[in-house]
Design a protein around this ligand. Sequence first.
Ligand SMILES: Cc1ncc(COP(=O)(O)O)c(C=O)c1O
Length: 490
Amino acid sequence: MAVPDPRQARTPLFDAMVELAQSRKVSFHTPGHKSGKGISTRFRKFVGPKIFSIDLTTLDEVDSLQKPVGVIKEAQELAALAYGADASFFLLNGTTGGNHAMVVSSTRPGEKVLVARNCHKSIIVGVILAGARPIFVPVEYDTERRLALNVRADDIEKALRAEPDARTLLVTSPNYYGYTVDLGAVARLRERREFTLLVDEAHGPHLKFHADLPLDALTAGADICVQSTHKIIGGMTQASILHARAGRVDLSRVAASLKSLQTTSPSYILMASLDLARMQMATEGQKLLTRVIELAEEARAKINRIPGLVCRTREEARSEGLGDIDVTKLTISVIGTGRTGYQVSQELNRRFDIQVEMADPAHVLVIVSIGDRKDDLSRLVSALDEIAREAQAEARPKAALVSAAPPRIDNPLAILPRDAFFAPSRFVPLEEAVGKVSADIVTVYPPGIPVLIPGETIAREVAEYVRAMARHGSIMDGLDETNTRIKIVA
Ligand SMILES: Cc1ncc(COP(=O)(O)O)c(C=O)c1O
């Protein structure tokens, strides 16, 4: 086991916050609740008084995120050291805010950017803010298991060859289901052709700290990556980090973009959680993650013995040429039970008090993390076993599954996303939208990947897929309130 760097035991921001809270200075500044003295009694009774004493604002003792010169600077430098970055930046609006800044700071208006088509909505918003021209790289689908996998290095190479003037590549790795892009192979493409590699690593803040997890983006050669510390490790909700390497990326542009896009009143509680989560991973991540991997692998093996359920192993994924998977995600195919992922997820919740991360028509997705215990996973496995056995015994007709994977999205870009976003627009029924230009991002949740972006001509298969998913009860973003009309460029 590698010996942790002793510097990583430090938590400069959290320590300064505790010291300031304990000094009990009289406050005539924000936040208005004044260390909790003015907070609602119900709130204080439930969470206790201490949390309010560290809900601070920018003060000399605790530094400023907009212009860090003290403990925030030190905390960000420790994060950079732990992750192997030249600079790391604390994010208060999740990876969403980091993705906006990553795109804005790395592209120019009108410039071509290669974007993996499974990107999160926040990447598209970044493209709109930047005024860039996205060229999409197709995503590999597992049609049998109805699962969107990720983009292949070969397809990225093809896209680079087809677009000789594109200088930036944006990928998501791992994706929500834990499937990675072969980032090592992608980075090696730069031996023949220079480009900036930007990685949405929302689901990978833990990868750096265990050799049995897929290669993390920075180690593979990414220039910027953004991680949701709050999703997978010990950050509090909304707390993420952007890591950057100097060279292809101008670090001062990254800092300036973040300064423009982030709040001027960052939550110190969220920032402290980033300081502590980094310390925890850097000092004991390997031990904690060894346990997480053991728990997840044990559960995976048991789930694979339950009739009707399949949870792909790392070996299978590799042998099928799919690249790597993060084994701490359990993507459980439930097609064999005859139930949809939504039904299984609801049963787990209503009958067994178990809540999963998400469900789609064919899967439930379970995140196993440093907060889980053996008992929690045993409960999950026995509940799944009961549900699957009941489904088999009922022998009722198989649930009509709608395809989980959207059709191969091929909506040609008629105008720049930014121009479409700001153009006059109107709503039309979905069946009348084919051939028209979308004015909004249309996303089907889960997994929240845009099926249409502003400026794209709406293909028939995509309009039909959106209608089917809306009828099926998926959460739709980008349609009107009746889920039957779509915004087009007027
Ligand atoms: C791949 C990906 N990128 C970005 C985001 C946005 O991250 P955050 O919720 O931290 O803003 C998500 C959220 O689910 C995501 O799955």
